[in-house]
Design a protein around this ligand. Sequence first.
Ligand code: FAD
Length: 396
Amino acid sequence: QRFPVVVIGAGPAGLTLGNILRAASVDCVVLEAQSREFIERRPRAGVLEEWAVRGLERRGLAGNLLARAQRHTECEFRFGGQRRRLPYAELTGLHHFVYPQPWLVTDLVREYADVRGGDIRFGVRDVRLHDLGTDRPSVSYRCPESGERRVIRCDFVAGCDGARGVTRAAPPAHRTRTARHDYGVGWLALLAEAPPSSDCVVFGVHPAGFAGHMARSPEVTRYYLQCPPGDDPANWPHERVWAELRQRLAAADAPPPAEGRLIEKRVLDMHNLVVAPMAYGRLFLAGDAAHLTAPIAAKGMNLALHDAFLLGDALTGYLTRGDEGGLAGYSAACLRRVWDYQEFSQWLAEVFHGPASGDPFRAGTALARLHRLFDSPGAAGAFAEQYLGGSPLGSG
Ligand code: FAD
């Protein structure tokens, strides 16, 4: 078999890319290790920046999102027993769109496979990449039903297989460089069957550790609790979780978080990672396969979409018009936004974690950053711009 493009991974990056290629009549196949039911239910992110939503809209991929997503206009910091709101939409004219990742993935799979007639193979095993440094690469995988190994010849491979995929490690070690930053903390990521307790994202900055509240849908809310890295979720029974959330999110006039059954409870070791360049030969990496940002500033899914927009346009330009410019500039164009978001995440992480670090100097400077956000309109404006990721016209 032969396809111009093989896309590995059906997350937000791979599916958006597949849709862009199909719309330009570029043939491709998407290979996904999990089943369709699994990827349509996997809970993860939920916050999209306005430029990303407009990028999806321009490509005919935001119909359901625009009809169903909540639009958020501000976020709230709770510290020292007070609550302070930062009205980012007023400051930038831009919104956050709250739309659970499984809903977006469901929309993208439907559009790719059922509407645009794209080829997608679920449950593939043992994906391997071959001859990436030549102009005749190929991808092989083991078929889930027969166990037989199939080979697909192609012109390009898009590595969109997330943080634990195989494509990041495919280039020879001396051809890529991995930069990693470890925060030295864990976050207990929780999903509660409970309505949101606030109409916006809430960041609880507390000496006992950070706590976060993020709406997902009217029935489900995501919470985070800072914990030691590598902590065991079993150390966090229902009663302890809700007691810590009540304590760390407490502020004058703030109602306690609405309690509900915990349907997800896992510990994330907070680290960031960037692979550069994001291309080797005929392989182009996109999304979490190339870079990870801990969910501190809700950036990961947005970056995955940014890469997919650029890669989709670059591959289409090359395969339909012979234009090499997009592919040549792909890695540098992606990495510019990636590093900008990494720097913002690192800045915000220090605000969240400094007060519980046990180091009075870090606690003092973290609180100074927080106070500056509310004392200085310039600082508030800069924060809002970075939190929203900039102009909807800028990129994507
Ligand atoms: P993925 O979504 O990981 O998709 C990769 C796909 O490849 C998967 O379907 C996987 O099954 C498949 N795959 C893996 N290996 C193989 C293989 N060998 N062969 C074939 N297929 C394979 N981001 C935000 O922007 N906002 C948030 O609020 C936010 N919150 C988050 C909360 C949590 C708890 C977590 C874990 C992440 C969060 N993120 C958030 C990050 C966001 O979920 C990711 O950045 C996003 O999923 C990246 O998309 P992707 O398409 O690059 O990778």
